[in-house]
Design a protein around this ligand. Structure first.
Ligand code: FAD
Length: 966
């Protein structure tokens, strides 16, 4: 196109057409006469005479014929004419661009033409995209000068354009956005909220694109080579063809640009918003002062499509359901974060039947439970899920690989290859004094409560620590810290981020830190907590003592090491959120001895491959890298998909049978958790038999399940009281205590429990006792159901068991009749089982607490009478377990407490179930859901542990009264 500028065009000429064989004058006279009549002028008579005379004039006849021919051609080939007019028009515009500056009228006309969004405007965009930079500058100068009144964002745009100036995306003002969880960075489409039309916004986007230098070496896509020859610096981990994308947008071909992106990245609407572009594509942009807003362009394309045609993203042609076609073997994907999602998408697209197994009840991984909606709306994650489903992908939620089934079990049921995308969900803590206190929690827990469980919304059940009007400190400098801080700010807290290095070393996305500071969040750099101080017995944090730091020599990360100066500061803190990064969750690793992991617990891969040490098992994302980024996770998922789709070693029939088996298993996993039976055991105590075949298949004594009663409920841990692998059922016993248990107990046979995950926790360790020792169980109230399967296992092993089962009163007793569980065990194991009942009010059995008969047994043992005690297992109210622990300690009898602690995700990803234990005189954190639920009762620091149960008392009471339960 630039050629037109260098070779000045002819402006449209008037006058005789040299190719015509008629006299122009005659034709003009003839038309003038026609006009006279049409316009009803005075000389109608004369005009008629003239027409009659000229009608038979040869020139006029010839002209009429040619007009007829042209009309025919116009009907048959309209493009020809369009082209003629367009070429003429473009020539005229090119001529304008040759003037010193574009004049005001021309700029207005040009802009109006661009706004028309027709073929002409597309052509103009292409023309402007292709002209040399000096002319583009002229255009930008002109819109700055002549259109700034209409478009304030154009004002000053020409200064330093294209390298130092651009139209930024629309960011909501801080005072407005801190009041809600709505999207902060609204991108270019955000300008529509200010009254601009869609086409105007499209032109703003195009104006950003026009800044592109059209570099040949594509650093934004490929990155820059590093000195050490390692992985390129920057670039796009999923290799979006960014230069082509920009080129297509530059030419006004937005649809084609979107099609291009989709080929390499099924989640542009997500990655475009959260990628650390400043260290990837934009970090190596040759416009280094103000790189092209590649991330914004990336998500503009799908979002604008979505806006114009909400179903456009889901219009897929010719998809054959891979499960029905069954010509490729099934693949299992573990985890639904970005690595798993992209893997599932690409493999489904390739025709593999894929099932994604996800531990949570919702899909998306950190994108959903970590990143808040003000950065990434959940409906975008739903879109990704929908796309995977459209390709035939299936999802099983509440399925924890390593617990519900092992990798080997998945292979056995038909899955040929497995991708592990389990992330790095285990929060780190600092191990400083006072860290066990109430009011100190991990960012994972805080964000899970807010983002996943919507705890801040009245209609949701999950409690949240109070933030309104509180001093909140967030420890850390990454994205998680920013998200936690900005969330706490929105919940009414006065927030301070405490970071041990300086702002330059902060790993958070620059934009997030910038937004946090704009939102009045304080940043304390070169500070690190040394100790937390609380308010005595309640163990609620009130202050933090911070070490003042300085920077030393660089450490392994290349960043300067923070060193304590010896100086300290004392700051108030009502809530402390630890955002120190995550380690790998050990669940999969612990269940798979053959899976090689690094010393940090990350899953190792073979060099140049995504395959793990187990054949046909692949991994990527945070599970392999440790805490990394969404786009790197997506890149790994993509690379693994390419590897997985290798040569298939099965016959047609074998594939069909694998697919059928994997599909059956998937269906079992998806089966609604229907209540099949409900038995009232005592007032406020219900037993439910629920259909949950895969949990029933894997359950072991001592394990529990995570239950979400209803969609807006709370995740609560409930011990597995029993299970029947053949019938595919599990038994849950629930006492109405809090609002959640009360509401679940109102459910009836036929109702469906929204979600049950399990079996969770470690099974009971069943030590062999061969010298006639008795294993003593002290069960308090509904501690009996979890005790039941463990004692049954001991009895099956031939161990002697003493059950001391305590109830407040006789009316609350259950399972004691001969045709009930304990009664039946007594009948079956009459010589191995002793049962002692106690009631606090003396209405049945021994008057008093379970500790009474236990003490007697301990004393007898000490005196050399009766059976020696192998171990004591105590399950029930925490105060009872504490008392039992204190009682047995002086006798040196091994005592295990099964802790039904405060939990959220129940798989270790939030850290809520922290149990402070003392090992070698030091307080160490254990987690009931990973290390337990059974823990050595004698090392539990009960004084520090028990106050944790009071943490949410206020919110719990509020919930109860909301449901009318008070
Ligand atoms: P994840 O997203 O962690 O997903 C893993 C999934 O596996 C989870 O759904 C989990 O429930 C499931 N799972 C775990 N164990 C099992 C099991 N045994 N069985 C079944 N399922 C299991 N990155 C960015 O690029 N930009 C950001 O702005 C950004 N902000 C972040 C903010 C926060 C608060 C956090 C925590 C992280 C942030 N990150 C960000 C990092 C980014 O989110 C992660 O790098 C990315 O999500 C990793 O993807 P993944 O697929 O490896 O795992």
């Amino acid at each position: 196109m630039s050629r037109h500028i260098d070779e000045p065009s002819q402006t449209p000429q008037s006058g005789a057409n040299p190719n015509c064989a008629y006299h122009q004058e005659d034709v003009e006279r003839y038309y003038q006469a026609n006009l006279e009549i049409e316009n009803n002028r005075h000389h109608i008579k004369e005009a008629r005479e003239e027409i009659t005379e000229l009608e038979h004039n040869r020139s006029v006849e010839l002209f009429q014929k040619q007009v007829g021919l042209l009309q025919k051609r116009l009907v048959n080939d309209p493009k020809f004419f369009q082209q003629v007019f367009i070429t003429e028009g473009i020539n005229a515009i090119a001529w304008e661009f040759q003037q010193d500056e574009l004049d005001e009228a021309f700029v207005h006309t040009l802009w109006e033409l661009l706004l028309r969004n027709d073929d002409m405007s597309t052509l103009l965009l292409r023309f402007l995209w292709n002209i040399p930079l000096k002319f583009k500058r002229k255009f930008i100068r002109a819109i700055d000068k002549h259109l700034a009144e209409r478009y304030p964002m154009f004002e000053g745009l020409s200064k330093g354009w294209p390298g130092q100036n651009n139209i930024p995306p629309y960011i909501r003002p801080p005072h407005e956005r801190v009041k809600d969880f709505d999207l902060v960075n609204q991108g270019y489409l955000g300008y529509m909220g200010l009254g601009y039309s869609f086409r105007e916004v499209e032109l703003f986007v195009w104006l950003e694109v026009v800044r592109d230098k059209q570099c040949d070496d594509r650093p934004c896509e490929l990155g820059l080579p590093t000195m050490d020859g390692g992985e390129n610096e920057g670039g796009c981990p999923v290799k979006i063809h960014i230069p082509e994308m920009i080129h297509l947008m530059g030419e006004g071909k937005f649809k084609q640009a979107f099609e291009l992106i989709k080929e390499s990245n099924p989640l542009p609407n997500v990655t475009g918003r959260i990628c650390p572009q400043e260290i990837q594509c934009q970090g190596v942009c040759t416009l280094n002062q103000r790189p092209i807003e590649i991330g914004q362009l990336e998500w503009y394309l799908p979002q604008s499509e979505k806006l114009l045609n909400p179903s456009a993203n889901f219009e897929v042609k010719d998809v054959v359901n891979p499960w029905a076609k069954a010509d490729k073997p099934p693949i299992a994907v573990v985890g639904s974060g970005p690595s798993g999602m992209i893997n599932a998408y690409l493999l489904s697209k390739e025709g593999y039947p894929v099932t994604v197994f996800e531990a949570f009840h919702e899909l998306g991984g950190v994108l959903r439970y970590g990143i808040p909606e003000f950065r990434l709306p959940n409906d975008l994650i739903d879109d990704v899920v929908k796309k995977v489903k459209l390709m035939g992908g299936k999802f099983v939620t509440n399925f924890i690989v390593g617990k519900t089934a092992t990798l080997e079990a998945l292979k056995r049921v038909g899955f040929w290859k497995i991708f592990i995308g389990t992330g790095a969900g285990l929060p780190r803590f600092m191990s400083v004094p006072g860290e066990h206190m109430n009011g100190i929690l991990s960012a994972n827990e805080f964000l899970t409560r807010v983002n996943l469980m919507k705890a801040y919304k009245e209609e949701y059940e999950t409690p949240l620590p109070e933030t309104k009007g509180k001093q909140v400190i967030v420890i850390g400098g990454g994205n998680t810290a920013m998200d936690a801080a900005r969330t706490a700010r929105r919940l009414g807290g006065t927030v301070t981020i405490v970071y041990r290095r300086t702002q330059d070393e902060m790993p958070a996305r620059v934009e997030e830190l910038h937004h946090a500071l704009e939102e009045d969040i304080d940043l304390q750099i070169l500070r690190s907590p040394r100790e937390f101080i609380g308010n005595g017995k309640a163990h609620f944090v009130t202050h933090a003592i911070l070490d003042v730091m300085k920077l030393g020599e660089p450490d392994a990360s290349g960043r300067r090491r923070p060193l304590a100066t010896g100086e300290t500061e004392y700051i108030p803190a009502d809530l402390v959120i630890m955002a120190l990064g995550n380690a790998s969750n050990p669940i999969v690793k612990d269940a798979e001895p053959g899976l090689k992991t690094s010393k940090w617990g990350t899953i190792e891969i073979k060099s140049g491959s995504q395959e793990t040490s187990i054949d046909d098992v692949y991994t990527g994302g945070d599970a392999n890298r440790g805490g990394s980024t969404a786009i790197k996770a997506a890149g790994d998922g993509q690379a693994a998909a390419r590897e997985i789709a290798g040569e298939i070693p099965f016959s047609h029939d074998e594939i069909k049978s694998l697919v059928a088996s994997a599909e059956r298993y998937t269906k079992q996993g998806q089966a609604p958790k229907k209540i099949l039976k409900k038995i009232e055991l005592a007032e406020g105590i219900m037993e439910f038999v629920v259909y949950a075949p895969l949990i029933a298949k894997s359950a072991r004594a001592g394990q529990f399940a995570r239950v979400l009663g209803w969609e807006k409920g709370e995740l609560i841990p409930l011990t597995l009281a029993d299970w029947d692998a053949e019938q595919g059922t599990i038994d849950l016993v629930i006492q109405s205590l809090g609002s959640s248990s009360m509401k679940i107990n109102q459910m009836e046979v036929g109702d469906v429990i929204s979600g049950i995950a399990g079996p969770l926790g470690l099974p009971s360790q069943l030590h062999p006792y061969e010298n006639g020792e008795t294993v003593v169980f002290t069960a308090g109230g509904v501690g009996l159901p979890p005790v039941y399967p463990i004692m049954r296992e001991h009895l099956r092993m031939g161990h002697h068991v003493t059950l001391i089962s305590g109830f407040r009163t006789r009316d609350l007793m259950f399972w004691a009749e001969p045709d009930e569980r304990i009664g039946m065990l007594q009948a079956e194991y009459s010589d191995l089982l002793d049962v002692i009942y106690t009631t606090n009010d003396g209405s049945f059995g021994i008057d008093g607490f379970v500790t009474g008969p236990l003490e007697e047994m301990l004393e007898n043992m000490k005196a050399g009478n009766g059976r020696p005690i192998g171990e004591v297992v105590t399950i029930g109210p925490p105060m009872m377990m504490h008392a039992v622990s204190d009682l047995t300690k002086p006798y040196g009898v091994k005592t295990v407490a099964s802790l039904n602690s405060i939990m959220v995700d129940c798989t270790g990803m939030c850290g809520a179930c922290m149990v402070p234990v003392t090992i070698d005189g030091k307080i160490v954190r254990k987690h009931a859901c990973i290390d337990g639920p059974e823990l050595d009762a004698h090392i539990i620091d009960w004084d520090k542990f028990l106050p944790r149960f009071l943490q949410f008392r206020k919110q719990e009471d509020e919930n109860k009264s909301r449901h009318g339960f008070d």
